[in-house]
Design a protein around this ligand. Sequence first.
Ligand SMILES: C[S@@+](CC[C@H](N)C(=O)[O-])C[C@H]1O[C@@H](n2cnc3c(N)ncnc32)[C@H](O)[C@@H]1O
Length: 167
Amino acid sequence: MDPRHASSFPEGFFVRGDETDDADFYAFDRFVTHIDDGAIGAIGELYAELQLAAPGSGPVLDICSSWISHFPTRPDRLVVTGMNANELAANEMADEWHVQDLNVDPALAHDDAAFAAVTCAVSVDYHPTARRLCRGCSFAATGRGVRVYVLESMLPDEGDPGLARER
Ligand SMILES: C[S@@+](CC[C@H](N)C(=O)[O-])C[C@H]1O[C@@H](n2cnc3c(N)ncnc32)[C@H](O)[C@@H]1O
């Protein structure tokens, strides 16, 4: 194995508490916000600070998306992917949407270096293929492109019951 890809994660690190098929969980529409308004605002501020949606800043890919993408203003072009078609279709910032189960097909089905930025909000931590997914994001973004992974620090057993309900 290429030593750059050698894992220092212990065996089973990416095994989830709930290993049922994501397609089952997301078969039903859930037009919920997965984080509170303060967190949504903070993500918007981060995206603004990174100028992801500034005019002329280029196309953005938002993976693991739903009906909301947290950009304070509309990016030049926004492609969103996720699991639920109705939620993605309702994303008013998106120019294009695709359903893609990244556990089944982790390759980001876009031209290499097609995006100025790739975002993944409060989702990468659920993915057993997280490392491969991050590599895909690197390929999907241009050489100087930005990759933004927003992580939640709350554990379902300890945190907000709304989050616990979501997974
Ligand atoms: C906690 S929600 C976050 C949604 C959105 N990024 C946000 O910030 O509101 C997790 C999202 O990950 C997506 N997702 C879950 N499992 C997935 C999978 N196997 N492949 C692709 N996307 C997945 C779902 O579509 C869902 O919208």
